[in-house]
Design a protein around this ligand. Sequence first.
Ligand code: SF4
Length: 445
Amino acid sequence: MNKSYHIVTYGCQMNVHESEKLAGILRANGYSEECPTAEEADIVVFNTCCIRENAENHAMGNIGALKKVKRARPQMLIAVGGCMTQQPDAAQRLRKKFPFVDIVFGTHNLDEFGALLARKAAQKKAVVAIPEKEGAICEEDYSYRTSYPNAWVNIMYGCNNFCSYCIVPYVRGRERSRDPESIVREVHDLLDKGYREITLLGQNVNSYSADLGGGMSFPQLLYRICEGQGKFRLRFMTSNPKDFGEELIEAIAELPQVCKLIHLPVQAGSDRILKLMNRRYTAREYLEKLEALRKRVPGCKVTTDIMVGFPTETEEDFEQTLALVRRADFASAFTFVYSRRSGTKAAEMEGQIPEEVQKERIMRLVELVNEKTREKSRAYLGKTTEILVEDFDKKRGLYLGRDEYGRMGYFQSDKDRIGEFVRLKITDASGISLYGEPDGREEHK
Ligand code: SF4
């Protein structure tokens, strides 16, 4: 009999891709069907995140909600893994709160999830396996991908930067880079299978290969991936501004496959706050990098992450963030309220900002960012942009896809266009979405 699985994913793109890996392992272990709801699945896996408190609370709430289901169907398995369980003592706390959980695993042993399933099948009691140290990298691609025509490829794991607010280096360990030839093989294999957009993932892709003693730098890796390849899109995230340099700018300019949309998280516009965050660049240095990028790659757009309400942030510091947003002319920005993560340096800092001040500041920031985004949408009106068709929106009865700059475009079509590049003449731009008509010119499969 076919067994079914349901995976609940929290957090970033890295986790979304890791859930694809978990799906690959589950399928290789007899769970051959994806179940749309947790309540009816034979196994439910929670792939958690602890970067912000609300993601953690959300996961805890959802795990707790399965208590009744587990009582009614004790044969159902529940597994919890990811960043949340990798925190010190988190597995013990989780088991105490939710004794019905069957498997607890961490970020360092995701590749071994199949062995943990086997262990659970052989024993009645729960399997709790949280390795303290990161293990060897698995170069094999066993993911079960459901995101055609887009695919994510890890190029490295972990982080060495220790930004003072961030829990990642504690739960994902130090930087470890994958073998460049394995990455190139994996990307080329995906392109051969028809994938059209590849996103390379790492916490700080700019330091790729530093732990391998140099060798192929990140820009060189981009050249190797694009060598001899035809039309496709190549993206990467995340790039730490402190390491964003000329060699990478040159690769972005020279390689037509590399999207001219770069995600460069600035976090704050005040040098005092950036220093406290341990970001190791100033607002001026950040803006100079943007200028160098735009000079060498005209039309290149930049998106960013911005955090408000970091400990000790004054009204003046916040005003400097608003000023930077006005100057930097971001294509869009992901905005967050600082979330206190125990175990990080910032959690111990004096001067935590009251919630109402954080809320008031984020609202002002969001207003500014949205106004900029609407302005940019209006600029699309009447113009043509090429989208890679990703999906069909049943509710709207429209196909949808993104352009090189990440803008979502919708259009009508009688035939399936998923996986095609379609040029859209934009007739309506509302909020962040674009609507248009195919202009009937060059379209590629
Ligand atoms: S670069 Fe900073 S924010 Fe990004 S994962 Fe590393 S420590 Fe966290």
